[in-house]
Design a protein around this ligand. Structure first.
Ligand code: ADP
Ligand code: MG
Length: 743
């Protein structure tokens, strides 16, 4: 029987693996350790590049210095970033603008130098084939071209056609005399490698590298590039062999070879990451024991029966059940709780902490900012009311005697729940019995910070719940949280009106001011958010300051009051201003993005975002989530100048189109890539050469699902057919030593 069915890996499944008990776990740990002493048999792949035909010591040095390419392996596994399609000659009459690079064959009709503005000259040419004429243009740096190119000769030209000065034009085409162009006629895709100025200067431009790699590949056989995937996986997935993948990624003869090679490499890039994540997950399950919370007792029940302010949504009930089951085991819970802003994660967190208390354990909840932590503290204490539960607050600003008392209370177990910032992970913070650690708004914490939380208990590890309000696209979640179990709150509490999102230009400001007046007259409150310009903090403040002063003219005291909050205020002042807004002393809150996360003022119903084009999508969504928290119709108004980049427009259109955080996260990932996610870069988790996690979802699903099936059936990778996998994983483990500590 096959281990998995071909069709099953294609199915949409958010199946974060559930590991069954494996009796041979201790052996599993040992086998990983014994694999640490890997010695790779010497192969041609390890040969230093100096010995490759056409390179030598001098060029070898350039390769090392410029591109960090040391060996034959490095050279072969540095892939082209695009190809020159030599397989077709397109016709001028059929050309579409803004398409791919294309190849044309024809005659250079004329060439001339044109003096433009500011002494900048350009070279302009005219090209024809049997079907029509096409303009060619070269801007700076090509002044000698008119001397080299020969009018009246036949050329093969290559480039992308766009509209320039109202005409179809190919800018900076590559030109090759037809009589010289032996390769151009050979029906190939020529690889183009990323290069540097120094590489080009040392005669190692793309063309030269093409030649070197071509001849190198000619001397390499499939024995030198052995298979890394089990054969049954190759057969089931119909991917090409590793040997072919490497040959074809450099020199595909057609589209099919190109995509076969690309897909095979992408698959492998993701597959081993998944195997490693899943193995870590199993290992952790067995290595870290936690106290099983078997009792649902007095605290939970009393709260549930007498203090729960609303009926839980079905989604909330579902995730609480998942968490409860997980915490009921003696293996450590490592769970990610995803839920859009306003989906009600706080109450879920609190109910889980009550279970911990029922079982005689302490809990902590850690938030990324002081304001957020404070807010959790206020929320939690007011929800608990007069129940006899000790909740304390700890941050960097809690000092002296007060801090002493709290540290003491934690150590002797008097404090049941501690809410705080990352002050909580400092070594001086000791618990009597920490049973549950909750990390809110995960994306702001580094991996290491998360890890240090669960070292707080010596004997038993606390259960870990990571909460995030930034919905994470599935492919990204699979990558960076692939070793966590996931719960999703996919439903908002009832009675919320959909926030209306509107894009307005500067010209509509008078109407905006009018609208603000009318909302304030209804008793509503308003946020106005300015972007944070990192390169120029002063400019940033200036922006906010100007905005504030302008507002004062339209909303003068004493009838109107305005709060101002920004990142460089003292925590105390910030809190004071926030407090004034919360208790409705002020009607308008002018702020930078410090209010982005978690702030909860249900009476605020308007969010105005200035210079919207400067914000990222996730950030905009977070900001919008500050309103729509009460029963009133809420609005999010996105202000911009007339001039916005294409991408900026797309972001705004996405915001106007949807309120769904998951949809927005997907769009964000597509637009921006996974770039700035903390704690993932150094771990090598997003270290892909070809895989694009915004776009290669089908491949990622396939890789994950196959990895799951393999690890479920053979967690130690001890079956003969998994020998290759075991070897590759051990190699990767060596490369990323920190890997076992992730999450
Ligand atoms: P987030 O998931 O963004 O942290 P919160 O926990 O702050 O969301 O909840 C947002 C608001 O919704 C809070 O005012 C909270 O009291 C309220 N809320 C949460 N769950 C429910 C529910 N089941 N029914 C009604 N209101 C709820
Ligand atoms: Mg929250």
């Amino acid at each position: 029987m096959p281990l998995f069915r071909v069709d099953s890996y294609l199915k949409y499944q958010f199946d974060f693996i559930t590991i069954k008990k494996q009796p041979f776990f201790s052996y599993f740990c040992q086998s990983i350790i014994s694999y640490q002493n890997l010695s790779t048999p010497h192969s041609i792949l390890d040969t230093p590049i100096d010995y490759v035909k056409g390179i030598g010591p001098a060029k070898g040095e350039t390769f090392r210095k410029e591109l960090n390419i040391h060996s034959v392996q490095d050279l072969l596994f540095t892939y082209p970033f695009r190809y020159i399609d030599r397989t077709t000659f397109h016709l001028i009459k059929d050309i579409k603008t803004d398409g791919d690079n294309i190849q044309l064959k024809g005659t250079l009709v004329s060439i001339e130098k044109i003096k433009g503005k500011n002494n900048r000259s350009r070279i302009q040419g005219m090209f024809k084939d049997g079907s029509g004429f096409l303009e060619l243009v070269w801007f700076q740096g090509a002044t000698w071209l008119d001397k080299v190119l020969q009018v009246g000769q036949e050329y093969i030209i290559y480039g992308r056609v766009t509209i320039f000065s109202g005409k179809k034009t190919m800018a900076h085409p590559e030109m090759e005399l037809l009589s010289d162009a032996a390769t151009a006629l050979s029906q190939t895709y020529d690889p183009v490698y990323s290069s540097t100025e120094k590489m080009d200067g040392k005669g190692l431009d793309s063309k030269a590298r093409r030649k070197i790699i071509k001849s190198l590949l000619g001397s390499i056989s499939d024995v030198d590039l052995p298979e890394t995937l089990p054969h049954y996986v190759i057969e089931k997935l119909r991917v090409c062999s590793r040997y072919n993948a490497i040959r074809w990624i450099h020199f595909p003869e057609n589209e099919e070879q190109k995509s076969l090679a690309t897909n095979r490499i992408k698959f492998e890039e993701f597959f081993y990451v998944q195997i490693r994540l899943l193995q870590s997950k199993i290992m952790r399950k067995y290595k870290y024991k936690s106290a099983p919370f078997t009792i649902i007792g007095e605290y939970f029940n009393t709260f549930f029966k007498t203090r729960l302010p609303f009926e839980l949504t079905n989604a909330q009930k579902k995730v609480i059940k998942e968490i409860r089951t997980d915490m009921g085991l003696n293996t450590q819970m490592n769970r990610l709780l995803q839920g859009d802003v306003g989906s009600g994660k706080t109450i879920v967190a609190l109910l889980c902490m009550l279970i911990a208390i029922d079982n005689g354990f302490q809990s902590c909840i850690m938030a990324p900012t002081e304001i957020l932590a404070q807010q959790h503290y206020v929320n939690i204490t007011s929800l608990l009311g007069d129940m006899s539960i000790n909740v304390a607050f700890l941050s960097g600003s809690v000092k002296g005697k007060k801090r002493e008392v709290i540290l003491q209370g934690l150590k002797c177990g008097e404090i049941h729940i501690i809410v705080g910032t990352h002050a909580l992970i400092e070594p001086t913070v000791e618990f009597q019995q920490l049973g549950l650690a909750i990390v809110d708004e995960q994306h702001r914490f580094g991996v290491a910070q998360r890890a240090s939380l669960w070292k707080k208990n010596s004997a038993l590890a606390p259960h870990i719940l990571v909460m995030t309000a930034t919905p994470i696209p599935r492919t990204l979640a699979m990558t960076i949280y692939g070793d966590l179990d996931v719960s999703v709150i996919d439903e908002l509490p009832p009675g919320r009106k959909e926030i209306q999102t509107i894009h307005k230009y500067e010209a509509s400001r008078p109407q905006l001011l009018q609208f603000m007046h009318s909302e304030i007259a209804k008793g509503r409150q308003i946020y106005i958010v300015y972007p944070l310009i990192e390169e120029s903090e002063t400019l940033d403040l200036q922006n906010l300051q100007d905005g504030y002063e302008r507002l004062l003219q339209y909303f003068p005291p004493p009838d109107f009051q305005i709060s101002v909050v920004h990142g460089r205020m003292k925590a105390k002042d910030k809190d004071w201003e926030m407090q004034r807004f919360i208790n409705k002393t002020t009607q308008i809150m002018v702020a930078t993005t410090v209010i982005e996360v978690g702030v909860n003022v249900p009476n605020a119903s308007v969010m105005i975002i200035e210079n919207t084009e400067r914000f990222g999508l996730s950030q905009l969504h977070q900001l919008r989530g500050r309103v729509g928290r009460g029963a009133d119709q809420s609005y999010c108004i996105l202000m911009t100048d007339f001039k916005i980049s294409k991408e900026g427009k797309e972001r705004i259109a996405t915001m106007v189109r949807t309120n769904n955080g998951f949809e927005i996260a997907e769009a964000d990932l597509k637009l921006r890539g996974p770039g700035d996610i903390q704690g993932t870069q150094q771990s090598g988790l997003l270290d892909f050469k070809l895989l694009n996690i915004g776009q290669d979802r089908a491949i990622m699903d396939a890789a994950r699902n196959i990895a799951i099936r393999i690890i479920e059936n053979d967690p130690n990778l001890e079956r003969d057919i998994h020998e290759n996998i075991k070897y590759q994983v051990a190699k990767l483990r060596q490369k990323h030593k920190d890997w076992a500590r992730i999450s």
